[in-house]
Write a protein that binds this ligand. Structure first.
Ligand code: FA5
Length: 341
């Protein structure tokens, strides 16, 4: 019997030493110490052993079971470590390789310029008030002293949903909507998309404006000029010059247009500035008393200044972009130039 036990022990030792995967080790383990394994079979045979030898037999079989189990545990520990080392090796990172730069997006040039403009004015105490893109005829025109059939409507032909509902042509309705709900002193900016039936190198059917409105006691053209000069100094290069031209808007009186020197020719005259050396960036003026009154502001007590500037124009001048369409084409080669990261 002793020989048989020794034979099982030796066979187990040899099987275990030949095994080099966890899976086959578990299979062999089951064949020896598992429920149907050969050592368990010995224990089951105890009933055939004479009673006086049973205790000694049981002890020997249990010892054998412990020894073989210990052999399996040792091998299991070795194989586990081997598997772990292989896993580490296959997942190892070569830290000497150069890093892979992750692709990152960046702000669109129009957003860069918009933020710069807003920040310039926010620094002067302005708040932001946004109005709707789909507007009524009343807010877009009538409340701004542009009655139906007024010739000034021709300059802002737009896209109508019905006779009275349209895509706004400018951000100036923001002036009226603010004055209706806010009492002076008022100092707001109203940025957003606007739409017109326009299309050439410097005009797009959809573009962005920022409206500015200040209403308080004693606001004059001097305040408007000082404010816009300060803005141009903050947003453009030091050598950019400003020009104020008399103009006409039904909602301001007097009205001006502000030009800055052309980015491409620096005032010499080129195709971008149509030979004038100047590019218009905004319209402005002193808020017409009729507009103040229609919006519920006492025009005897208060006066206001307003301006509306085109973000695309400012971007074209700042970055030297000759055609407005470039800003809407989603050309990555163009856009990557503005990735400041
Ligand atoms: C207006 O829209 C007035 N609401 C501005 C204003 C506000 C005047 C408050 C007085 C008081 P204008 O049509 O000139 O004005 O447009 C203002 C600016 O928008 C222009 O100077 C130009 O920079 C830009 N702009 C106008 N049309 C286009 C277009 N089709 N594409 C791109 N930019 C445009």
């Amino acid at each position: 019997m002793q020989d048989k036990f020794e034979e099982i022990r030796q066979k187990a030792l040899s099987d275990i030493s030949k095994t080099d995967t966890m899976r086959s080790l578990l299979e062999i383990k089951a064949a020896y110490v598992g429920k149907n394994g050969s050592i368990r079979a010995l224990l089951r045979g105890m009933k055939d052993i004479p009673a006086d030898e049973r205790a000694a037999f049981g002890k020997i079989v249990n010892d054998l079971n412990d020894q073989v189990t210990a052999l399996f545990e040792d091998k299991e520990a070795i194989l586990k470590e081997k598997e772990l080392n292989e896993k580490y090796k296959s997942q190892a990172v070569d830290i000497t390789l150069p890093g892979k730069k992750p692709q990152s997006g960046s702000l669109h040039p129009l957003n860069i310029v918009k933020n710069e403009i807003l920040n310039a004015f926010i620094g002067m105490g302005f708040e932001i008030f946004e109005g709707p893109e789909i507007e009524s005829d009343y807010y877009c025109f009538q409340a701004l002293n542009i009655p139906k059939d007024h010739p000034a409507r021709d300059m802002q032909d737009t896209f109508y949903f019905t006779d009275n509902i349209l895509l706004r042509t400018h951000t100036s309705p923001g002036q009226v909507r603010t004055m209706e709900i806010k009492k002076p002193p008022i100092k707001i900016l109203s940025p957003g998309r606007v739409y017109r039936a326009d299309d050439d190198a410097s005009h797009s059917p959809m573009f962005h404006q920022i409206e500015g409105l200040v209403v308080d006691k004693g606001i004059s053209l001097c305040d408007l000029k000082g404010l816009l000069d300060e803005f141009v100094q903050t947003v453009f290069d030091d050598d950019t010059k400003t020009r104020f031209r008399p103009s006409y808007f039904p909602f301001t009186e007097p009205s001006v247009e502000v030009d800055v020197t052309c980015c491409k020719c620096h005032g010499e005259g080129c195709s971008l500035c149509k030979g004038t050396g100047w590019i218009e960036i905004l319209g402005a003026g002193i808020v017409n008393k009729k507009v103040l009154e229609m919006s519920g502001i006492d025009s005897e007590k208060y006066s206001g200044l307003a301006f509306g500037l085109g973000i695309e124009r400012v971007a074209m001048i700042k970055f030297g972009i000759p055609n407005i369409r470039t800003l809407f084409e989603s050309n990555l080669k163009f856009l990557r130039q503005f990735n400041r990261r």
